[in-house]
Design a protein around this ligand. Sequence first.
Ligand code: ZN
Length: 215
Amino acid sequence: MRKTGYHEITGVIHCLSGLRVGGSDELLQIGGTDLTCIKHPVTLRPYIPGSSIKGKMRSEQEQKLGRFGGRDQSEPCGCAGLACLVCRVFGPHKKARHELGPTRIVMRDAACTRGGETELKSENVIDRKTGTALHPRKVERVVAGSEFSLRIGIQVWDLDSGCEHNDKNGGDALVEFVKDGLRSLQQTGLGSGISKGSGEIEFQGLKLDGTPFTL
Ligand SMILES: [Zn+2]
């Protein structure tokens, strides 16, 4: 087993709407609970954790390919199959022993490069019968127009020579798979509250190993 290549995708994550990273839609609390966004401990500037971008991209690709795990299909894919690009690129979920080699994608934290101010947005849950607002809460989000630096590493191993995706082979297939993931993120969004108008993004100035490309 040998590492044979490394590709890097760089670019800018441009926020078309406010962006919420750190809050969770599952934690719907009664009262005016502030759900604050994640900030760097030293600079106090918001950032997008690489794990957050990676997790969202993974779930998008799983939905597109219909690959899920767990007894009720509610967990990430952990099939560890040689033909499963989700497991190959992102690592098989909850599986310590497998033949796929190391996780191919290296998602760096996205530092804020422009904007970065935060705002409080009120979100209500509407009672369907009465039409009145229940559990109003305020969530903190980064303002529209803010920008974050995108940096994704893609490691290629000799094990990838037989890989195929969108008519590409080997390491190029892995790159193509990640580009697909970026396309999906641009269609849906990043962070939480996407269905309530947050997290709409656009990738700008994308480069693969220094060469510009478009999605
Ligand atoms: Zn899998």
